[in-house]
Design a protein around this ligand. Sequence first.
Ligand code: HEC
Ligand code: HEC
Length: 377
Amino acid sequence: MLERKIKHFVVVVATVVTAFWFGVNWTPVNGQQAQGQAVQAQANAEETMEQKYKNIQALKGLPASQMRAMMNYISASTGMTCGECHVKNGDQWAFEKDDNNHKVIARRMITMTMEINKTSFNGRTQVTCYTCHQGHDHPSHVPPLVAPKAAEAPAAAPAPKADEILAKYVQAIGGKDAIEKVKTRVIKGVSVAANGQSFPLEINFGGTDKYTLSVALPQGATTQKFNGSAGWLKNSREDRAMDASDIIRAKSLAWSLEPAQLKEPFMRLGSAGSEKVGDKDCWVLQGRLPDGRRVRFSFDKTSGLLLRRVVQIVTVIGIDPEQTDYDDYRDIDGVKVPHSITTSYLDRNYNSTRKFSEVKHNAKVDDALFNLPAVKQ
Ligand code: HEC
Ligand code: HEC
């Protein structure tokens, strides 16, 4: 299945390295015109599915930026690739066509799922494709037979309060004063793709929400610029403004480059028990971002450091998670900096690990670096 999928996405390497969907043209209308619209939609009201896509019947009125999340989610929940529901026109995807019966069934399933949540769960996303499908195209009707459980583990010690976990984290990173001294970061390293290949990487982090990133691929560099509200992508195939869903991912990347992932005043977080990240025991805190997405943080119980952040886009049919793992913390100017940052998505082809070999604080990062090329009309 994986092989088939890789064939469908032309430049998997470029996509994997940058974690952007270069391989699929999500923009059905004239390219240049759509770029302008995408940026516009960010600035003003959100563009809807039916404004951006050609043949929307079930998902009308929802934000177009959720299409990627939903399609990834549907694929992962049913174990079906894009090509098992969508057809091609020659070598171009024709996502809007209804020539594949699985797409028609899936549309009925979307409507059914939304209906169940509306009528039985007050509109909250409780029943999802995954609830029934569990990664298979045909849901199972027979419960599995399971061997009896081993003896229950003894009750764990009560979790510390969210405030205590956060205070310990700030201390573990180096303390408020040291953190506040870091204004910019110039980073060199490699980007390791899901298939294990690695490529030289350079990042200029210019403070909150601003970065440039470039990865040297054999077929030419791929670069991204993000200035906090808008961004630009360039690689051997594309040269365009980031669309709304690219921007969501760019913000996540910018966030993971911040000296402290949580700053005062802290967002409201509640305790969500504990979990293991790798072999480390962690306390988990959860809350909501200002844009409504759910977020969970896992802090090492011993060191206090943040090891994992999971942000979930809640759509009407399911939840699309994005996981960021922080590892290999090293001390730079009194601040602990993770030298390995892994991002994982439902579609594993887009996972990547950025491994840093050099991090310089407060080197000059020229603001002009974040100027974006004018949007061509
Ligand atoms: C299980 C079936 C299924 C799978 C798998 C699936 N899709 Fe879809 N897709 C749909 C349905 C159904 C719609 C139409 C939704 C509607 O009518 O509101 C759609 C619509 C779309 C559209 C909008 C087309 C237009 O212009 O109207 C795009 C783009 C798209 N899918 C991309 C993908 C990609 C990329 C993948 C693989 C990651 C994928 N889909 C996987 C069922 C599927
Ligand atoms: C309440 C349970 C339930 C939910 C929720 C659900 N499905 Fe299904 N789905 C089923 C069942 C049961 C079948 C099998 C019907 C059959 O075998 O005839 C099925 C069949 C399908 C098939 C046809 C598979 C094939 O090979 O013919 C597709 C595609 C599908 N579902 C997609 C989805 C998508 C996408 C979602 C989420 C938007 C979803 N389903 C949500 C229960 C569910």
